[in-house]
Design a protein around this ligand. Structure first.
Ligand SMILES: Cc1ncc(COP(=O)(O)O)c(C=O)c1O
Length: 375
């Protein structure tokens, strides 16, 4: 059978390995608390679930790639409230089926004469995977603790070859945030050299002290595409609802491309999403909850010898550890804590582990007790 050589050339999706580890540990009778995958297990607020149910119609028809006008408007109003800028919702916003599919397929839309897509390392694996399946050449851009987990832009010398440059702040896995000056500089280079700055802002709402800025706030948005999602903000991973905000020409290209893939969100999901984008009270509660879990767990992790090495925002704790991250994670699993080895996010993640604060508060308390007893 002839299968895609890209598929067979890829390592197993790293998080599939965590599933196998969890199953193995449970088979040995270990009670596992899962800090591995960033899938919030918080309740989706009732008003969002109710809006979903109310959105189900007797007759079902294909959703359109452009999305419902009320969803585009709700997202545009959220952007205005959150970042103080005005976008043309009908021209610049495209609703997506969560942001993963839009991130994955983006390379197929921007990839023309230019062959190179820059992706951060360590980083979310989908930027690279999408580029490879599109036939692009991947250029990894190192992120290091010494530079605050920001890329060293002066080390890049092939700007004119780039089709797109992916960044994501607040960052997965490091939890680092980026200042507006960084976005300004990169957006300026994108406009000068003709590539798209792709800013994945999936964790923009999970902050502790100061709300992070967005690439949408730069002076020249002509080469900027921002991806955001309700998955983390509103604990809606299962709904699959996000958006891309891009200059009109690029948004038109997405609207032309996406009907071939069939990735318009279901209309009942879009109606639930309208309710979610209009409300901030539940997001305040979500933030308070992650802050509480962080307060419970961080001192115990530090007492166990781990050092916080980023984590200014997001629900991730990125911790420096001694030795191999995989061996360290395996050892923690023996005491019932499943965490992601940093090496799963690329070679520069070695020496770190990532803890997603997604188990319940009670489980976090239990984990802190386990760590204290072991240290
Ligand atoms: C950095 C980053 N971007 C994007 C996503 C995609 O989220 P979703 O497809 O649920 O919107 C995730 C999910 O974990 C992520 O960690």
């Amino acid at each position: 059978m002839q299968l895609s050589p890209v598929l067979s050339g890829l390592a197993q999706y790293p998080f599939a390995r965590l599933d196998a580890w969890r199953a193995e540990a449970r088979a040995k009778g270990i009670d596992v608390i899962d800090f591995g995958v960033g899938d919030p297990r918080e309740v989706t607020p009732a008003f969002i679930r109710e809006a979903l149910a109310a959105g189900i119609t007797e007759v079902s028809s294909y959703p359109r790639a452009a999305g419902l006008p009320e969803l585009r408007a709700a997202i545009g109003e959220w952007i205005a409230r959150r970042y103080g800028i005005s976008v043309n919702a009908d021209r610049e916003i495209v609703p997506t089926l969560g942001s993963k599919e839009a991130i994955f397929s983006f390379a197929q839309v921007v990839f023309g004469e230019r062959r190179v897509i820059a992706v951060p390392e360590p980083g979310y694996p989908v930027y690279e995977r999408g580029a490879l399946f599109a036939g692009a050449t991947v250029q990894t851009v190192p992120l290091r603790e010494s530079t605050g987990w920001l890329p060293d832009l002066d080390a890049i010398d092939n700007w004119d070859e780039l089709a797109a440059f992916w960044i994501s702040y607040p960052n997965n896995p490091t939890g680092a945030v980026a200042p507006l000056s960084f976005y300004e500089e990169l957006a300026g280079r994108a406009a000068a050299h003709g590539f798209i700055l792709c800013s994945d802002e999936a964790y923009s709402e999970l902050w502790f002290d100061t709300p992070p800025v967005s690439a949408l706030q730069v002076a020249d948005r002509s080469h900027v595409a921002v991806f955001n999602t309700l998955s983390k903000r509103s604990s809606m991973t299962g709904y699959r609802s996000g958006f891309v905000c891009a200059p009109p020409e690029l948004a038109d290209a997405l609207r032309a491309f996406r009907p071939s893939v069939g990735t318009a969100p279901q209309e009942f999901v879009q109606r639930a999403s309208v309710a979610a984008w209009h409300d901030e009270a539940h997001v305040d509660e979500v933030r308070a909850l992650y802050a509480r879990k962080r307060e419970i767990l961080l001192p115990a992790l530090e007492a166990a010898g781990m050092r916080l090495a980023g984590s200014e925002a997001t629900f991730f704790l990125w911790l420096a550890i001694d030795g191999s991250s995989e061996a360290y994670a395996r050892k923690l699993l023996e005491s019932g804590l499943l965490v992601a080895p940093g090496a799963f996010f690329g070679p520069a993640g070695e020496g770190y582990v990532r803890i997603a604060l997604v188990p319940t508060q009670e489980e976090c308390e239990r984990a802190a007790k386990i760590l204290r007893e072991a240290s």
